[in-house]
Design a protein around this ligand. Structure first.
Ligand code: FNR
Length: 389
């Protein structure tokens, strides 16, 4: 990866403590294998909110993956589809969701929404996701502001400001109206011309739909980025917004980024269909609690029935097993699939998934579990106090 891509993908908030906590939490739970159980065949398939999954693993939404490879979202979709794995498309995707949907080739996908300050844009994105065939909507609520990310700051890098990761917007009819209005308002403005400004303009124009030469002559690519920066997320997002979703979509809705048991209960109370326990892979608040610790309290709070998914820190099939044992119905995989993408494109994505699922399958065989629903609290134990990793 380029330095900029690596900073964005591998980086986290502040001193990286939340990322570290995510991993450390997995060291504090240990698997308890059982013997002589006669389990020969394992069934890894499961169902979450009406979506059939070949294994309890989905690809997490990742924005601006185009930093890693051109056509990123299409390649990820092809890799996911080859592995038969569902993919949650990011609102900050690098290809229009309709194109990525086609690349899924029938494998289920969900759509992740960032709630814009422009409500008609919210509706437009939801309608497009429904029309494209998304099977659920995932509203990410932990990124109403972008976290403090020193790795990016050190490089002066904000992908979105160069038009990276705004393809859902530039392909959207409502957004195009807003950006066009802005282009008309600002095209007469004087702008200071520097080498940096030209390089940014070139980057924006390259990513904007249409021909580069036309884009360079037009005020629209720059107006699109500026419009995006104005409206992309809504810091005043509240429970009332979420409650309004019931009338705005026919899809099941999950809320991603929950860490406190009260927030989990409240989400269920306002009619949300599922919760994704996540600290955004440690990219938002430094020194936050480990997502795995939150999974335990959230599952306790909501009881056995509501759908609870988990991400942040999963790196192996053994990690998957532990998260499932602690109450997750399925898990999302973030950075590792981008590493596969960087190394070998769609095939790399497929291999990352298949390796992880293969280890989960083996561990199920070695712990005597025949089906995903059979992975329970009895299969893990807290590490003895004071035990070294
Ligand atoms: C993310 N994540 C994320 N989440 C989301 O809801 N929308 C998004 O656009 C993005 N973008 C994004 C980009 C990159 C480069 C990363 C690494 C992550 C968070 C992601 O969905 C997931 O919560 C974490 O990545 C899970 O943690 P791990 O598996 O990376 O440890």
């Amino acid at each position: 990866m380029s330095r900029r891509a690596w900073a964005y993908v591998a980086g986290g908030a502040g001193q990286g403590r939340t990322m570290r906590h995510n991993r450390e939490a997995f060291e504090r739970w240990r698997i308890v294998p059982r013997m002589l159980h006669g389990v020969r065949h394992r069934e890894l398939g499961t169902e979450v909110l009406g979506t059939a999954l070949s294994a309890p693993l989905l690809l997490a939404p990742v924005g601006a993956a185009g930093l890693v490879r051109p056509d990123s979202d299409l390649l990820i979709a092809r890799g996911a589809s080859a592995a038969g794995t569902a993919y949650v498309f990011s609102n900050q995707g690098c290809q229009p969701m309709e194109d990525t949907a086609a690349a899924m080739n029938g494998t289920p996908f969900w759509y992740q929404l960032y709630w814009s300050t422009d409500e008609p844009l919210v509706d437009s994105l939801i309608q497009r996701a429904e029309a494209a065939g998304a099977a659920a909507l995932v509203v990410t609520v932990d990124t109403t502001l972008l976290g403090w990310r020193p790795q990016d700051l050190d490089l002066g890098s904000l992908p979105f400001a160069r038009g990276e990761g705004i393809a859902q917007y530039t392909s959207d009819p409502r957004f195009t109206i807003l950006a066009t209005e802005r282009a008309h308002r600002t095209s007469a403005e004087e702008n200071g011309i520097t080498v940096g400004a030209i390089s940014t303009l070139l980057a924006m124009s390259r990513r904007h739909p249409g021909r580069l030469l036309d884009n360079l002559r037009s005020a629209l690519p720059r107006a699109a980025v500026q419009t995006f920066l104005d409206i992309y997320s809504n810091p005043s997002l509240s429970w009332e917004h979420l409650a309004s979703l019931k009338e705005r979509t026919v899809l099941p809705v999950l809320v991603k980024g929950i860490l406190h048991p009260d927030d989990a209960r409240r989400a269920i109370d306002v009619g949300i269909d599922g919760i994704v326990v996540s600290n955004h892979g440690g990219r938002q608040v430094d020194n936050a609690i480990a997502a795995l610790d939150a999974l335990v309290t959230v599952r306790e709070a909501v009881g056995p029935d509501p759908v609870v998914l988990f991400d942040s820190g999963i790196r192996t099939g053994a990690d998957l097993f532990v998260a499932l044992a602690l109450g997750a119905d399925a898990c999302l995989l973030g950075r590792p699939h981008l590493y596969g993408l960087a190394l070998a494109g769609a095939d790399g994505v497929r291999q990352v998934i298949e390796n992880m699922v293969a280890e989960l399958d083996l561990i199920m065989g070695l712990t005597g579990v025949a089906a995903i629903a059979g992975i329970g609290r009895d299969h893990v134990q807290a590490a003895p106090v004071g035990a070294h990793h």
